[in-house]
Design a protein. Sequence first.
Length: 69
Amino acid sequence: MARNRSVVPEAREALEQFKFEVANEIGVPLKRGYNGDLTSYQNGSVGGYMVKKLIERAEQQMVNGGQQY
């Protein structure tokens, strides 16, 4: 069974902030607390775009030899 646990618990707040930045960027009205009024498409769009951006960052770090930018 999959669990929703962070590998690095200290990153939880940064990921929360990132989620809201992505939602704002793609026009999804995400708010703190209950978001049951959003469609599964809207929620999936946020998660999918987060993954896309995280992969882009990881690829960029690989190209830069692991250096943060």
